[in-house]
Design a binder for this molecule. Structure first.
Ligand SMILES: [Zn+2]
Length: 121
């Protein structure tokens, strides 16, 4: 399995190429380029979520994001369920766990230590 950094570099290279060449793409080339970006994002996701159990609420495999740091906070990993995307009306299925490292986030997810975003009524 490739490293997260290596995949990220590939994603930004592919996105840049897509942006700069899109005007000259045939529809097939544009489709191919989009598929490549999608495949890289899927690869990145499987690297980040490696070892994570499926969502206990709906059984979907979780998705993982490495949130970049900023001036006011350090970077963190987020493992979450896509259930909400499938059913935007139902926030109850939107589980997620965070951690300062990938392993930390996976452990929290697997142990049911969820981070619940406050809901605004
Ligand atoms: Zn779920």
């Amino acid at each position: 399995m490739r490293s997260e950094d290596k995949i990220l570099k590939d994603i930004s290279k592919t996105l840049e190429l897509h942006r700069t060449s899109r005007a000259g793409f045939t529809p097939e080339e544009e489709q191919k380029s989009k598929e490549k970006i999608k495949a890289l994002r899927t690869e990145l996701n499987s690297v980040i979520t490696e070892g994570a159990v499926s969502c206990p609420a709906c059984g979907l495999p979780p998705i993982g994001i490495h949130q970049p740091g900023s001036a006011i906070r350090s970077s963190f990993y987020e493992i979450g369920c896509r259930g909400q995307d499938k059913n935007p009306e139902d926030n109850s299925q939107h589980l997620r766990a965070i951690g300062i490292s990938r392993k930390n986030a996976i452990d929290n997810w697997n142990e049911g230590e969820y981070w619940l975003k406050p809901q605004i009524a």
